[in-house]
Design a protein around this ligand. Structure first.
Ligand code: ATP
Ligand code: MG
Length: 272
């Protein structure tokens, strides 16, 4: 990937700068007979390198909010900005670029391809960015080693434990060097120790690599690793807790990069 960063356009996105702005977002699902107001005027700013947990009861709107931040669905009102990009102004192919290059997704269901080995499951996501097979395999190996699966590269999903499959999914979400990691209930199917290990990996990413981690969870052991906790209730922000005083380094983490393609995106975004 080229080294052109947002620095050339809008100023460096440093650790501690705002990387995600959710601005007055509402989401209404229109069904045949009724409407569901899943999100009601939500606003939150998330800093680069921050570890934010979104907590709330089942049905409160966590996954819906995730889908808005992850460019997987669009708000009925309001907008979401990733760095300088207003997602509501991007075309579908531009959104695909943002999803592929800037965001890593970890879903509750691991969504691994059963016929592919751990290595190839992870490598495939990198091939989509235009990498060669060798480059993709090398990047995949590095990410699998990072999550402690260097010894299971050639195992297919059914030859891995649940926690190991979740770690393959984390490695896959890392392979394109995302700026933002969205993890929806990443520990829901795991035992206590495996869940704690997965949380440890996410925390390490946020501290050591400046990845912004946003997780939705019911799991209280996620909380102590969080910088902040956003509590949502009935689709609205209930309150935000600081888990501890923010420990955000001033060191520059120019985390969005993408060469000409990124510049074009920003130009288009500013025009519309
Ligand atoms: N595609 C949809 N169409 C209609 N209603 C939806 C749709 N997706 C979600 N909802 C509704 O929106 C509300 C919020 O759902 P959401 O999945 O965001 O909750 P959640 O907080 O993630 O819950 P959980 O903890 O159970 O995963 C729920 O009442 C749900 O029924
Ligand atoms: Mg959910």
């Amino acid at each position: 990937m080229s080294d052109t960063s947002l620095a050339n356009n809008t100023g460096i996105v440093k650790r501690g700068d705002t990387i995600v702005s959710v601005n007055n977002v509402s989401k209404i699902f229109k069904l045949k007979k009724n409407e569901v107001h899943a999100l009601k005027n939500i606003s939150v700013e998330i800093k680069s390198g921050e570890y934010l947990s979104i907590m709330g009861p089942s049905g409160s709107g966590k996954s819906t909010l995730f889908n808005m931040i992850g460019a997987l669905d669009s708000p009925s009102k309001g907008n979401v900005e990733i760095g300088p990009l207003d997602l509501t102004k991007l075309s579908s192919s531009q959104l695909a670029y943002v999803r592929c290059n800037y965001i890593g997704y970890i879903f509750q269901a691991y969504n691994l391809i059963p016929s592919l080995t751990a290595l190839k499951n992870v490598a495939l996501a990198h091939v989509f960015t235009g990498a060669t097979e060798e480059e993709a395999d090398a990047a995949a190996k590095k990410c699998l080693e990072l999550v402690g699966l260097g010894h299971r590269l050639d195992h297919r999903p059914d030859e891995l434990s649940g926690g190991q499959q979740q770690r393959v999914a984390i490695a896959r979400s890392l392979v394109n060097d995302p700026t933002i990691m969205l993890a929806d209930e990443p520990t829901a199917n795991l035992d206590f120790n495996t869940g704690a290990e997965i949380i440890g990996i996410l925390k390490k990413l946020s501290i050591e690599q400046g990845v912004t981690v946003i997780t939705a969870t019911h799991d209280h052991k996620m909380l102590k690793n969080s910088d902040r906790i956003l509590w949502i209730k009935d689709g609205a922000v209930d309150h935000i807790d600081n888990a501890e005083d923010l420990h955000i380094d001033e060191g520059a983490v120019s985390s969005l990069s993408g060469g000409d393609e990124l510049e074009n995106l920003i130009e288009d975004n500013n025009r519309t």
